[in-house]
Design a protein. Structure first.
Ligand SMILES: *Cc1c(COP(=O)(O)O)cnc(C)c1O
Length: 225
C-alpha cells in the first residue's frame, strides 16, 4: 500500500481527540509530500539537520515536531520554526530553549520526555526529576518554554502487559501533575505516547498524541534512534 492509503487507514482508526504525528525520519521529501497531499500537516523528525533540510524544502504550513534527543548546541537551528519539541529531558535544555526562543520572542511548545521503559536509555527524565520541575516551579524561570505535557516510549517488547503498564504509569503521572500543579493551565493537555507497534494500547491508556512512522511510510533503511 502507498503512503496515502496507509495514512487513511490509520486515521480512520484514531479517535477524534488523538493527534497524529507522521514520523518521516529517514524518508525523503517526496514521501512527506505524498502524506501532505493526503492532508497530513504534522510531521515528526528525530534529527535536527534532517528536520531543518526538510523544513527548507517543503511547504511552510507543515508543523514540525522534534521527537528525538536534542543537544543544547543544536537548539538554535530549530527554534525559528519548530512547532513542538517532545524530547526535553533536562533543565539545561529548558534553559537553552528559553534563551534562544526569547531572542525571537517566540514561545515554544514543549513536552518533557519521561523515561518509562525498562530498557536502559540515556534519554528521558525520571518521574522524580520531572516532579521537581513542578514542585520547585522551575518552569516559571522559562517563560519562552510552554510545557504542554509529557512524552514517553514504552519498552520494545512483545509483552503487551508490560507496555500497557508503562503507558499507564505515565498517564497517572500526567493526571497527578495536571491536577496538582496545572489545573488552571488549559493547554497543559498533551500526552505523547505510542508508535506503530503500540499506539493502540497507548490510546487505550490515555494517549492523545501518537507518533507513527513505519505504519505510514514503510520500513526505514537504517534506524537512527
Ligand atoms: C522513530 C520514532 C517513532 C516512530 O516509530 P515507528 O515504529 O516507525 O512508528 C516514534 N517516536 C520516536 C521518538 C521515534 O524516534
Amino acid at each position: 500500500m502507498g503512503v496515502k492509503e496507509n495514512l487513511q487507514k490509520i486515521k480512520s482508526t484514531l479517535p477524534e481527540h488523538v493527534t497524529l504525528v507522521a514520523v518521516s525520519k529517514t524518508h525523503p521529501a517526496e514521501k512527506v509530500i505524498e502524506a501532505y497531499e493526503a492532508g497530513q500537516r504534522i510531521f515528526g523528525e528525530n534529527k535536527v539537520q534532517e528536520m531543518v533540510d526538510k523544513y527548507e524544502q517543503l511547504p511552510k504550513d507543515i508543523q514540525w515536531h522534534l521527537i528525538g534527543h536534542l543537544q543544547t548546541n543544536k537548539v538554535k537551528y530549530i527554534v525559528p520554526f519548530v512547532a513542538m519539541i517532545h524530547s526535553v529531558d533536562s533543565e539545561k535544555l529548558l534553559n537553552e530553549i528559553n534563551k534562544r526562543a526569547s531572542k525571537l520572542n517566540r514561545r515554544i511548545d514543549c513536552l518533557l520526555e519521561i523515561h518509562i521503559a525498562r530498557e536502559e536509555s540515556k534519554f528521558g527524565m525520571s518521574f522524580e526529576q520531572a516532579q521537581e520541575i513542578f514542585d520547585q516551579k522551575i518552569y516559571q524561570q522559562f517563560p519562552f518554554v510552554n510545557i504542554r505535557g509529557f512524552m514517553g516510549m514504552a519498552t520494545f517488547t512483545d509483552d503487551k502487559e508490560q507496555v500497557r503498564s508503562e503507558f499507564r504509569s505515565l498517564k497517572e503521572f500526567f493526571d497527578h501533575i495536571k491536577n496538582n500543579y496545572m489545573k488552571d493551565k488549559e493547554d497543559f493537555n498533551v500526552l505523547s505516547m505510542g508508535m506503530s507497534g503500540d499506539y493502540k494500547i497507548a490510546i487505550e491508556e490515555g494517549s492523545n498524541m501518537v507518533r507513527i512512522g513505519t505504519a505510514i511510510f514503510g520500513p526505514r533503511n537504517y534506524d537512527i534512534n
